[in-house]
Design a protein around this ligand. Structure first.
Ligand code: BGC
Length: 370
């Protein structure tokens, strides 16, 4: 009897493993197949992505002792990412417009369009059913690359234009995860895509990221009001807690008596990158003194939203049943400056017109410190 049970368990494990390596879709959401796809390189780095919201569900990299650590928060089961179960952005490919749009409004061809207001008076991350809550189609998958695609109809969350978007995830043998976003439209619209991974380079969601050393290649940032919406100015970081031009622990100044930190409930701001599209230079660097894991970010985007998990409060139970405490993760969201369509920042134009192509590229490179 016992032997039979063992055989059944072993068979189940083998089937489970086989399903995973074959990268087969296993369930459906809103009638579309949802699966988990595994990328793996010769160093044993593993990235698991679900086409539900294009979410990175695990990102497993070696630490300074050669032990493998999962450095992103998330859930063990895919249905936990569904909005009925949790309204989280863990690991997601956000669209059509990442970050906030003031009063949920944009002006297109002189006409004001009212979008959903799902964050106070504002529209956040493309509205309540942004692309992070939609099922992407799987265009192709191999051990090193996953290509997801989404057709967002005219009027999706009230945004104008049918948009064809594509997100390509590529894992290199240099422990780099590259994400390439592309989109076209048939009517003028706004596009701002990003990835919303919640990094914890300690590899332990029970701990905070306040010990992580952060460097931002940015002399300026976009200050916000108490509803997290940019005021329109680009202010120097010099002499303020916003200065990360030299490596500084995230926790050093986070409780400083500084209006911007009160407005953001911690760091929840966009930095104006000095790189301005030069993706050969590092725009952000993060290091855990606990594991020695280093993350360097490269991007074609002009800005990066740094969000220090201020709204996590121990109520969401993630992987392994861990209740994620406040500041147990940091998001490094490369993007256009928040609310770009309602400001006049030439370097951060988020409008996309028919015939144009939206192209955005970001690389997350993992290594260990010396
Ligand atoms: C925003 C935060 C928000 C979080 C939700 C971040 O991009 O800046 O304010 O709470 O996303 O996922």
């Amino acid at each position: 009897m016992k032997k039979n049970i063992m055989i059944i368990i072993l068979a189940a494990v083998v089937v489970g493993t086989a399903c995973q390596s074959q990268n087969k879709a296993a369930m459906t959401y809103n009638g579309k197949e949802v699966g988990v796809y595994t990328l793996q390189n010769k160093n044993g780095m593993i990235v698991r992505i679900t086409n539900f919201g294009g979410r990175i569900v695990s990102l497993i990299v070696p630490d300074e002792n050669g032990e493998m650590q999962d450095v992103v928060l998330g859930f063990d089961s895919i249905p936990d990412y569904y909005p009925e179960n949790h309204s989280s952005d863990f690991g997601a490919a956000i669209g059509r417009y990442a970050n906030r749009l003031r009063n949920g409004q944009i002006t297109v061809d002189g006409k004001v369009i009212q979008l959903p207001r799902n964050n106070g008076p504002h529209c956040l991350h493309g509205g309540p059913t942004g692309w992070q809550y939609q099922v992407y189609d799987v265009e192709s998958v191999s051990d090193s690359q996953l290509v997801l695609a989404l057709t967002s109809p005219d009027g999706d969350n009230n945004f104008p234009g049918t948009v064809n978007a594509r997100v390509t995830y590529t894992l290199t043998d240099c422990n780099e995860l590259e994400i390439h976003y592309e989109a076209t439209t048939d009517k003028t619209t706004v596009i701002n895509m990003t990835n919303h991974a919640y990094f914890n380079l300690n590899g332990d969601g029970r701990t905070t990221i306040l010990n992580h050393l952060l460097t931002l290649n940015a002399d300026r940032y976009t200050p916000i009001d108490s509803t997290y919406i940019p005021l329109g100015e680009l202010l120097p970081v010099e002499g303020t807690p916003m200065d990360f031009r030299k490596a500084k622990a995230v926790g050093t100044d986070i409780l400083a008596d500084f209006e911007q930190l009160r407005n953001g409930n911690g760091y929840d701001h966009n930095w104006v990158l000095n790189t301005q599209g030069d993706s050969t230079q590092v725009c952000a660097r993060l290091e855990s003194p606990t594991t020695g894991i280093v993350l360097e970010v490269f991007t074609t985007e002009p800005g990066i939203q740094v969000y220090t998990g201020n709204f996590l409060d121990g109520t969401v139970k993630g992987k392994g049943g861990v209740a994620y405490p406040q500041r147990s993760a940091i998001c490094l969201e490369t993007q256009k400056y928040p609310d770009s369509p309602n400001n006049h920042w030439a370097e951060s134009n988020a409008y996309l017109k028919p015939g144009e192509k939206y192209n955005s590229w970001t690389k997350f490179k993992f290594s260990v410190g010396k």
